[in-house]
Design a protein around this ligand. Structure first.
Ligand code: CAA
Length: 283
């Protein structure tokens, strides 16, 4: 099945990056959000990030213009009914995602593949609430989407091979590499990455090191591009906590217990870069 039109639900950090790379790869993109402000902010950010790629001579001015022309926006979710592939990239809350699928599914064409960019929620459970569990799977991008080379493709228990192959073709057309993951809590990347971040927060909580010394240790001592606390601010502390809770609940092992300091920061509304305060102060 040929995929040419792609719907993206949610114009936030991940959604705008997904729209960016899809349009650059030649797909027609329809970006949906409930907020008009979020849609115009996303378009401005996509333009800025494409400009950055032009200035580094990664793409030409003409490619940038063509990509921008391929992106349409809508506040009406049901407009996505005419697309061949939908990627849901809304807030990482299961009830929100399920409500979106409930509203969208009756308007989808029979062949349309439905996917979620969820970083940790069960694909099998999300799929089971739709009319097409065999054409449902996880399509998980990494942040920043235009830069990171990996996409995790997660099959639910009912996902069929044709759906997997169609999604794999899309990943390849993006010039990215797919990692195939089974549907277990937080899949591969976040199963490993987020407990490391949680351990860094424990290291801070127990006074083993300061924010700067922890980050510097992993940057200079393990060649990580960002320290774990800087990375937590970048991902969002609420997202990190949500992923730890999914691991803790789903695997029932105390080694995934979220650090109380992480919980406290989230309760304070210190969510990282997006609120201008996390382990660092961005104000
Ligand atoms: N769009 C387009 N290009 C971008 C970009 C964006 N949003 N952000 C950065 N870039 C480009 C820059 O233009 C630059 O390009 P060149 O190599 O051509 O010069 C390159 O990326 C590097 O950027 P910078 O020079 O500005 O900054 P940097 O060297 O400090 O790199 C970084 C920034 C790429 C974010 C790097 O710090 C990094 O790789 N950090 C780790 C990111 C990471 O681990 N992401 C995964 C998070 S986990 C996740 O996403 C899963 C989940 O579900 C939570």
């Amino acid at each position: 099945m040929e995929i040419s039109r792609i719907g993206v639900v949610g114009a936030g950090q991940m959604g705008n990056g997904i729209a960016h790379v899809m349009a650059l790869a030649g797909y027609e993109v329809l970006l949906n959000d409930i907020s008009e402000e979020a849609l115009s902010h996303a378009l401005a950010l996509i333009g800025k990030n494409l400009d950055r790629q032009v200035s580094r001579e990664k793409i030409s001015e003409a490619e940038k213009d063509a990509a921008l022309e391929r992106i349409g926006t809508t506040m009406t979710l049901t407009d996505l009914g005419k697309t061949d592939l939908v990627i849901e990239a809304a807030t990482e809350r299961e009830t929100i995602k399920q409500a979106i699928f409930e509203d969208l599914v009756p308007h989808l064409q029979p062949h349309t593949i439905l996917t979620s960019n969820t970083s940790s929620i069960s694909i099998t459970r999300l799929a089971s609430r739709t009319d097409r569990p065999e054409r449902f799977m996880g399509f998980h991008f990494m942040n920043p989407v235009p830069v990171m080379k990996l996409v995790e493709l997660i099959r639910g228990i009912q996902t069929d091979e044709a759906t997997y192959q169609a999604c794999l073709k899309v990943v390849e057309r993006l010039g990215k590499t797919a990692a195939s993951a089974e549907d277990f809590p937080a899949f591969i990347v976040n199963r490993i990455l987020v407990p490391m971040i949680n351990e860094a927060v424990y290291t801070l909580y127990e006074g083993v090191g300061s924010v700067r010394s922890i980050d510097q240790s992993l940057k200079l001592g393990a060649n990580h591009p960002m320290g774990p606390l800087e990375l937590a601010d970048f991902i969002g502390l609420d997202t990190c906590l949500a992923i730890m809770n999914v691991l803790h609940d789903g695997l029932a092992d105390t080694k995934y217990r979220p650090c109380p300091l992480l919980v406290k920061y989230v309760e304070a509304g210190w969510l990282g870069r997006k609120t201008e305060r996390g382990f660092y102060d961005y104000r």
